[in-house]
Design a protein around this ligand. Structure first.
Ligand SMILES: Cc1cc2nc3c(=O)[nH]c(=O)nc-3n(C[C@H](O)[C@H](O)[C@H](O)COP(=O)(O)OP(=O)(O)OC[C@H]3O[C@@H](n4cnc5c(N)ncnc54)[C@H](O)[C@@H]3O)c2cc1C
Length: 404
């Protein structure tokens, strides 16, 4: 039986392990750097095309208990005009729903499922991978503590600063940053609107993104409202040492003082958050290869992208399915090459498209034309212009209706 090692127990690495197990692989080890998986991060979205992967792994019921089935994404101007409502639900024709969820809860669900299905010792925590040595027949995984482990295949899934990627691409430059910071929090609020809508308002420079992330609270008539205030700032802030848990030390409230939303007071929501973190909008240029012999990359390690269009976790999940299918067909170097051939071109396009704003380009189209609360948006933008942006992104990111 082929032995497969995964460096990193993030959403990508854990999903890959479950997909590989579903294809009959049983000798799978995951090595995770941190000594304990804690519920870090705030909200993320699992888009329809990737939640189908999780449903097929038998996790639909568990997801429905914790995550909100997102009905749609509403794009709005800073004056509160509805620019576009982009449906994301099963009722709207997708094979599986979009979920809004706390990242930590999703990671924990995947972590526990891996332990149940692959055995409690399948994941070794507190075991940072530093690199690898490979021959034609084997890979030796190297660890910070001086240990090593022999395996047939190594998957680098260590996220933004993956050591396996660093070894494959030693001359890669620093993380790319275009000037936007994300200030993030989760606030206890009343239910906003239908309790299942994601709202993205403003423009490329000052943008507010919000969505509820707790199904348990929604059922109790409350909401855990996740929000991201995106602000273009003058000077770079902690780029190379970006940390999802860094406390925010910047005035992110002032840029939103004149935002007018009929159904929420966004400054009050931000002020009421128990803690706020800051993280830069960073990515990396697509690389020329992921695979070298018996080693490949997956998730953010393979294609770090701006979290625009809610694609970071989603593309990592889809990588897991593609990898498992390719290795089921050929459990060696050919399988890894087939996986890369399927996924690298697609994800490179998403990385580049997210730099152009992805589906959120509709915000800038509206921002250039709508100058006040009394402007009539329907006189200034055609529905076709907006649908062209959404349809183009759906095609690139791979989540057309009924084709997921
Ligand atoms: C702590 C944290 C909080 C986050 N919070 C958010 C959020 O709030 N919103 C959002 O949109 N995205 C967040 N992300 C990013 C998001 O989870 C990813 O973009 C997406 O899920 C893709 O997942 P991934 O598994 O490829 O990478 P990641 O989620 O980054 O997971 C990589 C995993 O590899 C581990 N690792 C790193 N280096 C090594 C090593 N040398 N050896 C072994 N293991 C290693 C990491 O500890 C981590 O568990 C967060 C990521 C992290 C790590």
């Amino acid at each position: 039986m082929t032995s497969i090692s995964i460096a990193g127990a993030g959403i990508g690495g854990l999903t890959a392990a479950l997909c590989l197990h579903a294809k009959g692989f049983t000798d799978i080890r995951i090595f995770e750097a941190v000594p304990e998986i804690k519920p870090l991060g705030v909200g993320i979205n699992v888009m329809p095309h990737s939640s189908e992967v999780l449903h097929n792994l038998g996790l639909g019921e568990a997801l429905d208990e914790i995550a909100v089935r997102t009905r749609c994404i509403e794009y709005r101007t800073r004056f509160g005009h509805l620019i576009q409502s982009d449906p994301r639900s099963v009722e709207a024709g997708f094979a599986a729903p979009q979920y809004s969820i706390h990242r930590g809860e999703l990671q924990f669900l995947l972590f526990e499922t891996v332990r149940e299905r692959l055995g409690a010792d399948a994941i070794e925590v507190g075991k940072p991978v530093t690199g690898f040595i490979q021959t034609d027949d084997k890979v030796t995984v190297l660890f910070e503590d001086g240990d090593s482990y022999e395996t047939d295949i190594l998957i680098g899934a260590g996220g933004l600063r993956c050591k396996v990627r660093a070894q494959l691409h030693p001359d890669e430059g620093p993380l790319c940053y275009e000037g936007t910071m994300m200030f993030r929090g989760a606030t206890q609020t009343d239910v906003i609107g239908d309790g299942r809508t994601m709202v993205i308002a403003g423009n490329h420079d000052v943008k507010f993104v919000t969505y509820p992330i707790s199904e348990k609270q929604r059922k109790e008539g409350k909401a855990l409202t996740n929000w991201v205030a995106e602000v273009r700032v003058d000077r770079p802030r902690h780029i190379q040492d970006a940390d999802w848990n860094r406390d925010a030390t910047f005035d992110y409230l002032t840029p939103f003082q004149d935002f007018q939303m009929a159904d929420m007071d966004i400054v009050a929501i931000m002020k009421a958050a128990p803690s706020v973190t800051e993280f830069p909008m960073i990515d990396r240029d697509p690389v020329a290869f992921w695979t070298q012999g018996r080693v490949t990359l997956l998730g953010d390690a393979a294609h770090p992208m701006y979290p625009i269009g809610a694609n970071g976790a989603s593309q990592a999940i889809i990588d897991g399915r593609a990898l498992a299918e390719a290795l089921a067909a050929d459990a060696g170097t050919q399988g890894l090459q087939a996986y890369e051939a399927e996924r690298r071109p697609v994800t490179a396009k998403v990385v580049l498209m997210n730099r152009q704003g992805g589906p959120e380009q509709v915000l800038d189209i509206a921002d250039a034309r709508v100058k006040g609360p009394d402007d009539k948006i329907e006189d200034l933008i055609t529905a076709q212009e907006l649908e062209d942006v959404a349809a183009n992104y759906r095609a690139v990111a791979g989540f057309q209706k009924r084709t997921v």
